[in-house]
Design a protein around this ligand. Structure first.
Ligand SMILES: [Zn+2]
Length: 269
């Protein structure tokens, strides 16, 4: 990625932050913010060995899926990365889906989406500000594991992501980076976070099951209009731990098959 492209991506990420009114250090509730700017966010625990997420355009809708079996800090990164694909790579006329099994791919699009996520979650200015004001302008050679955990909490990122970004911003040299990686082995990020009363548990998975309300309304109306059989409705509701009995205004009817939310998810496997 050349310098011009880097700067362009940085600018797009900054615009997204402005659009989402992200004024804190980190990006508070990226799930909600991403929905507010027009994306459909689907979170589902598909297992810690399954794929991480995907970005998709379907019927003019922009969809972001994230696997909530991953620890929260990684899931937040997934949404930021998929948002990068949506902003940088997908279009109605061209590529409409990118699925991520991991984020280690050196493919150009993957490098760009990772860079977008880093700029979105830990913008250069905010990192500078945090070190200056919250860490009292501590010399970067003196940053401790506890400081990294504080950065991690303020920016809602994983310990590793905080280290990688600080290194990329020239805040850490290799020797200190290696030392901080060792410190992580001694004090796990989880214990560091609980030691400083972190208000969100970035080190655990949420197993969240979250689909946009519109999807459920859509499935239910398809059922009411006899476009899908009750079995499809049941399957769709099961995804979010609901039963047909929970949807009291439904009447029993039988109708033709149509694509359901279930099919949408299954197609991604
Ligand atoms: Zn990707």
């Amino acid at each position: 990625m050349n310098k011009n492209r880097q700067l362009a991506i940085e600018k797009i990420a900054n615009n997204v932050r402005a659009e989402c009114k992200a004024a804190d250090y980190g990006f508070y509730n990226i799930f909600e913010a991403t929905e507010k700017i027009g994306y459909r966010v689907v979170r589902y625990p598909i297992g810690s060995d399954a794929f991480l997420g995907f970005a998709l355009i379907k019927d003019a809708e922009r969809i972001i899926f994230s696997n909530s079996s991953l620890i929260l800090s990684r899931e937040i990164f997934t949404v930021a990365h998929e948002l990068g694909h949506q902003k940088l790579h997908l279009s109605e006329q061209g590529l409409t889906i990118i699925k991520d099994n991991d984020f280690d791919d050196r493919d150009e699009y993957e490098v760009e989406a990772n860079y977008f996520a880093a700029c979105l979650l830990m913008p250069r200015e905010q990192v500078d500000k945090f070190i200056r004001h919250e860490l009292k302008d501590k010399s970067i050679a003196k940053l401790s594991g506890m400081d990294i955990a504080r950065i991690q909490t303020a920016f809602y990122v994983s310990y590793d992501m905080a280290l990688i970004r600080l290194k990329a911003l020239g805040k850490l040299d290799n020797t200190h980076l290696d030392w901080l990686k060792l410190e992580k082995l001694e004090n796990t990020a989880t214990r560091l976070l609980s030691a400083i009363n972190a208000n969100i548990d970035l080190c655990r998975s949420t197993e969240a099951k979250k689909v946009p309300a519109e999807y459920l309304e859509w499935v239910i109306s398809n059922y009411n209009e006899k476009l899908i059989p009750i079995k499809s409705l049941e399957t769709a509701l099961k995804y979010v731990d609901l039963e047909v009995a929970d949807i009291e205004f439904l009447t029993e009817v039988e109708g033709a098959e149509d694509e359901s939310f279930d099919d949408l998810l299954r197609r991604m496997d």
